[in-house]
Design a protein around this ligand. Structure first.
Ligand SMILES: Cc1cc2nc3c(=O)[nH]c(=O)nc-3n(C[C@H](O)[C@H](O)[C@H](O)COP(=O)(O)OP(=O)(O)OC[C@H]3O[C@@H](n4cnc5c(N)ncnc54)[C@H](O)[C@@H]3O)c2cc1C
Length: 491
């Protein structure tokens, strides 16, 4: 690679000779759900449905009112089951976080959360309507009767209110307007909601009140999930933070609003952190200790040093620049499946040429991967795929960094040094974003810029809108979806 890798400045798109339809703005991209994990969750619902079936006396579904009540019972059981699944998904179990990926787990949690809230409300409405119909009264009178007649149901009604509140703050339109911390703290009420609903399940749910075995199994499921939360969200982070004694070593300005935080600690190799992963950092400094934020490693971890690079977006990320050397740091993780090992197994050696595409702070995990990725087994100098020659001097690994202004090319000088040392390709694409019709990373321009594009494994990280756009263009350029890995910088 040349000493100064090329900087491409987007030119205005040439005026088309004939009027042709501009490529339409891509539909918002939806990543596929993890199939196996989803199948396991669905399979877990089968015993729940079976318990309901066992406790539904043959011939009892003999009237619309009884049907409503029975539908209400199964809705309630499934809501309670899913609530437990939601908590388990967010327990930060390392296997889930590192194999499936934190962002994918969070997406599944979000999707199931919608069903859970809907089922919980369906449970209440169906039960009340069924009972009202059977008792020849109206639903409002019946609601008052069940809520005031049984303490457990009253608690369950409060639980339903909390679930409704969580559902409201999580609705996309509202989530965008609510600060992350407020949204997060409202979410913690889910633990209270589970506790409040628990006693009414045993007191009025025939599936449990009549069966000690079901009560035992249901309690055991709660204990296992609760233990996972305590171990993985509290115990392990606390143990690791004390064990490794991480402190801020230095804070270095990298560009407008961007700093790198160099961290030291003991036996950091024992953490098993890999390039491409992130940790949740809690800086024990005034005004910062009470919240943790996820930042990716921006350099390959060593036994006594870690580094993150942070762009100031809000209060917490802005305060990172003011950290003093010596500040103690607690952390959770490492987390994330945006790694070479996850893609290519134990050797982490790419089986095909690689394209790393970064914008803004999204360069951080890619910078670490760029430093550590072994050259591709296929591709690199001399590799021909029949159409292109990916032996264009990029060693099978090309990093394309996108920024609006040259000064926003975060860590670019380091990337240049790595490119030279490792013989990898590096391109900077600088300039304003065009519309979908003339964006410099449009499919045809990507194809022209990146040799053997369709052959490559792609790692993509940047702002959400940009990532969705580039992903759609990569698909248009012929890169199969399974070969595009993205890391979302927002859950
Ligand atoms: C997996 C992952 C890796 C990341 N790696 C980096 C990195 O290497 N460098 C970097 O500069 N940024 C990174 N980010 C983004 C960084 O976490 C946010 O910019 C930061 O948390 C913003 O906090 P704030 O209070 O300063 O800003 P705010 O104005 O409060 O928030 C800005 C945005 O960050 C989101 N956000 C805020 N707090 C959190 C949180 N605790 N967890 C998740 N999202 C949050 C908000 O929803 C909002 O979209 C990463 C995010 C994720 C999810």
């Amino acid at each position: 690679m040349s000493a100064n890798p090329p900087v491409l400045r987007p030119r205005p798109a040439p005026r088309p000779a004939r009027r042709r339809a501009a490529p339409s703005r891509p539909a918002p991209h939806r990543e596929p759900m993890p199939v196996v994990l989803t199948a396991v969750i669905v399979a877990g619902a089968l015993p729940v449905a079976f318990v309901w079936w066992q406790n539904t006396i043959p011939g009892s579904l003999d009237s619309p009112a009884a049907d409503l009540s029975a539908a209400g019972r199964i809705a309630g059981l499934l809501a309670a089951y899913l609530l437990l699944v939601l908590v388990a998904l967010m327990a930060r179990v390392p296997w889930l976080e590192n194999r499936i990926g934190s962002d994918t787990v969070a997406r599944l949690h979000r999707a199931l959360g919608e069903y859970t809230v809907a089922l919980a409300f369906a449970h209440a409405v169906l039960i009340v309507c069924g009972y009202a119909w059977q008792g020849h009264t109206d639903p409002l009178t019946e609601t008052w009767a069940v809520v005031t007649g049984y303490t457990d149901v009253w608690l369950a009604a409060v639980s339903l209110g909390l679930l409704g509140l969580i559902g409201v703050v999580s609705a996309r339109a509202i989530r965008r307007r609510v600060a992350y911390e407020s949204w997060y703290h409202v979410h913690l009420l889910a633990y209270v909601a589970i506790a409040l609903a628990f006693s009414h399940e045993f007191a009025v749910g025939t599936e449990f009140s009549a069966s000690p075995r079901n009560r035992l199994l249901w309690s055991a499921a709660h204990v296992v999930v609760g233990a996972a939360v305590v171990v993985f969200r509290l115990g392990l982070p606390l143990y690791r933070s004390l064990r490794h004694g991480v402190r801020v070593a230095a804070v270095v300005a990298e560009g407008p609003g961007v700093v790198s935080v160099h961290l030291t600690g003991r036996d950091l190799d024992r953490l098993g952190a890999r390039a491409g992963q992130f940790l949740r950092w809690r800086f024990l400094a005034r005004g910062q200790w009470w919240q943790s934020h996820p930042y990716s490693l921006s350099a390959a971890p060593t036994p006594d040093a870690l580094r993150i690079t942070v762009k100031a977006l809000g209060d917490a990320s802005g305060a990172v620049a003011r950290l003093r050397p010596g500040t103690r740091v607690w952390f959770e993780g490492p987390y994330g499946a945006f790694t070479a090992r996850r893609r290519w197994g134990a050797t982490a050696r790419p089986a095909r040429p690689v394209l790393l595409l970064a914008a803004g702070a999204g360069v951080t995990p890619l910078r670490a991967l760029y430093e550590t990725l072994p050259a591709a087994a296929r591709g690199g100098p001399g590799h021909h795929d029949g159409r292109h020659d990916s032996g264009s001097g990029d060693g099978g690994v090309l990093l394309v960094q996108r920024a609006s202004r040259p000064e926003d090319l975060v860590l670019h000088a380091e990337l240049r040094r790595i490119a030279q040392a490792r013989g990898f390709g590096l391109l900077a694409v600088v300039g304003p974003r065009g519309g979908p019709a003339d964006d410099p990373l449009r499919a045809d321009r990507l194809r022209a810029m990146v040799p053997a594009l369709a052959e490559r494994d792609v790692y993509l990280c940047g702002p959400a809108g940009w990532t969705a756009f580039v992903r759609a263009e990569l698909r248009r350029a012929g890169v199969p979806a399974r070969r595009i890995r993205t890391e979302a910088f927002a859950f």
